[in-house]
Design a protein around this ligand. Structure first.
Ligand code: 6XA
Ligand code: ZN
Length: 345
């Protein structure tokens, strides 16, 4: 399958994030994409294409315009205060606080548009995030144009970014932008399946009240796993969206058998939904050796995942999300894509 990639993802390179009480080097780093690129090249998965540039209006179909304006200007505002280090929020308007009055103080603004302090905003974050959306949209256009599948080798990831918030290393929700674009270009129904270790809270929130985009996520149980406050099995959608959101929280340490039971149920629901396109939020932090996650997938499971997805026989867009055991991340992604291609008709 065709792969879309740009080396300008490295414009976003956070220095440090909070982890267990201290600032540590960021897990989400440019080398991740380098390893994936190397592995898909080594296995000849497909030609590597440069992204086209898309209007920011595609992004604003799923993100609030005021959030996008904030992202565009954030570094300028931060550096105008004399700051040179990455910006991290430290205060948030939870519950009884007001979020309708945007503060002028930069860190308070950043708190309004975020939900964690583990997502450093750097001088290149907006450029890289916009480029990640361009990479994803370029791959989406290939699939909309008749390709059986395409892979958006995008960075930074996207599935935690919601309508007006960043978090979990994510700024723009690439999978959601792509799903919405499929809809805007004529697809009646789109399914987004998130197989990252972490619940795709941003994607769920974006489509929670809609019946035209089904969201399904298999992830570590939020009672103990990030993002903690969303991703439970009883979140099934609201209003018109009721019955179009399916979460499969699994306890940390779950067996591969349990993971594939969840996948089988999710893909059964996808088939019954009869979508015109499928978007896969492809995180490989489900890997047994991942430093921040606790599932047990390895090569045979990634091969099985690719074959299972191919059997759905749907136009499929893969979008890169998490995965941190950097040396192996590329192999894991390549195994999924290779076995998808072999199983695809
Ligand atoms: C907390 C851990 C964020 C997990 C991000 C991730 N800083 N999401 O992999 O899929
Ligand atoms: Zn993840």
């Amino acid at each position: 399958m065709k792969i879309v990639y740009s080396d300008r993802h490295r414009l976003h390179a956070g220095q440090r994030e909070f982890y267990r009480g201290e600032l540590v080097p960021c897990f989400e780093k440019p080398e991740r994409a380098d390893f994936v690129l190397e592995a898909v090249k080594a296995r000849n998965i497909g030609p590597i294409l440069e992204p086209k540039e898309f209007s920011v209006s595609y992004i604003e179909r799923v993100h609030a315009a005021r959030y996008v304006r904030f992202l565009e200007k954030a570094w300028e505002m931060w550096s105008a205060l004399g700051n040179t280090k990455d910006a991290l929020p430290s205060v948030w308007p939870i519950r009884t606080f007001r979020d309708d009055v945007e503060p002028d103080y930069f860190i308070a603004k950043l708190g309004m548009y975020s939900y964690d302090n583990g997502t450093p905003l750097t001088s290149g974050s907006w450029s890289a995030a916009k480029l990640g959306a361009d990479v994803t949209l370029t791959a989406q256009q290939l699939v909309a144009g008749g390709e059986r599948a395409a892979f958006a080798l995008a960075r930074p990831p996207g599935h935690h970014a919601g309508p007006d918030f960043l978090g979990g290393y994510c700024f723009i929700n690439n999978a959601a932008v792509a799903a919405q674009t499929f809809r805007d270009q004529g697809a009646q129904r789109v399914a987004v399946l998130d197989v990252d270790y972490h619940h795709g809270n941003g994607t769920q929130t974006i489509f929670y009240e809609r019946a035209d985009v089904m969201f399904l996520s298999i992830h570590g149980d939020p009672k103990t796993e990030y993002p903690f406050y969303l991703g439970h099995a009883d979140e099934k959608g609201r209003g018109a969206g009721e019955g179009y959101n399916w979460n499969y929280p699994l306890p940390a340490g779950s067996s591969n058998a349990a993971w594939f039971d969840a996948l089988t149920d999710a893909t059964r629901r996808i088939s019954a939904f009869k979508p015109d396109a499928l978007v896969i939020s492809l995180g490989v932090d489900t890997f047994a050796e991942d430093p921040i996650s606790k599932f047990q997938l390895r090569e045979p499971e990634y091969l099985r995942l690719g074959a299972h997805l191919a059997a759905l026989e749907l136009p499929t867009l893969f979008v890169l999300e998490g995965g941190y055991a950097v040396a192996e991340i590329g192999h894991n992604v390549a195994h999924v894509l290779r076995s998808f291609d072999e199983g695809a008709s």
